[in-house]
Write a protein that binds this ligand. Sequence first.
Ligand code: FRU
Length: 444
Amino acid sequence: MSELYNEKYRPQYHFSAKKNWINDPNGLVYYKGTYHLFYQHQPDVQGWGPMCWGHATSTDMLHWEEQEIAIYPTENYSSWSGSGIVDKKNVSGLKDGEDDPILLFFTAHPTGQKLSYSTDGGKTFKVYDKTVLPNKDSIVAEDRDPKVFWHEETQKWIMILYTESLSVSNLPSYGFFSSDNLLDWKYESEVERCYECPDMVELPINGDKSNTKWVILCCNGDYLVGDFDGHKFTHCQELNISQRNYPNYASQTWSNMPDDRCVQIAWLICNTELNMPFKNQLTIPVELTLRQNGNKYELLKNPIKELETLREEVISISDVKLENSSNLFKEKISCYSEYDMEIEFEYNPFARMYFSTPFGDICYISHINALEMNTKSELLYPDKNNIVKFRILADRSSLEIFGDEGRLYMCFDKIPETRDLSISSTHNVNIKSVKIYKLKSTWK
Ligand code: FRU
């Protein structure tokens, strides 16, 4: 049980570094069949410090292979978070050979925003001499985490940067900068009340590609929905703060995707002491979509469809009545340690239901429509057919829960306690379906 990637608490289908510390995902970019994942990394230490950009590659965002460190700290700076893009038109002039240049924008803390680039398709990287956004005027040492993306309407590259200093009202904010050549940046405007590691994506409303909104994603799960004309962001609803209180942080999305999907991954902070060679993991990659619910826009997250390729055996139960005070699994059965579980049942407003997981019970309290675990609680309503649905992803030291088409997301870092399976209820409930898929390890 102790060989590399098969340690007792090693996540089997969530990313963690071979060894030691990781925090934010960085520079997520797809190029020629390969997804690149960079991450804040201390390769020799279990804690945070002078940061490197670790690097891993994958063809499906699940099976990762660790590569050489991409960016190192220097005597002058630590290499903090940022983003990656492919410069297909070579506006930077950095192309040297067949491949399009891949540019990684990062915060060279405390000196300013720099970039490191690859001319061999993401195998090796070198730091560009000039600091592209130096600390001067109102850009200061703590301003950080550049996210760069293409704005089709104005045909410009945009950088959104966490700034502690631009804001007139002294609130944490995100500043917008624009550029034609990815090397010189011009200040445009700012949005207030947003903290660290910005990301920004344009999403179709209810899947309609001709009708989109821009979403600003903040590191703590807050998000803003609105319009962006390449200069200024105008929000159309209040900051959504519903996703706080969980150990997921500093999410980023992949750029230059090979399809229309918008896929996000986040740091899953491990506060539990595991005594393992690695420290921390990342969440499962999720596809982001935008749902209009009345006059409200809601961000939905769902595990990428590739996850289903890891499904092996299944425990499956359908259309049974769960009698009050009994266990759905009549005989004592043990669950897999890494699984993907989908649950659907008819809503009974009187029932309080208990679903065992290796990390403790999830409780559904029908009369207040609350899904609870570990003192955390989220609203979960039945759908229009009166069915309540949710999905659990359990790994060796983490648990994620998805519900209401992805509006509900909860995650936990924990040590498993039991593998006994049980689903019980205080009142009779019609179970439509329970499917528990064993998931293959991505490290084998
Ligand atoms: C977020 C963060 C970023 C910073 C990085 C340093 O977790 O504080 O703002 O760039 O971590 O590791």
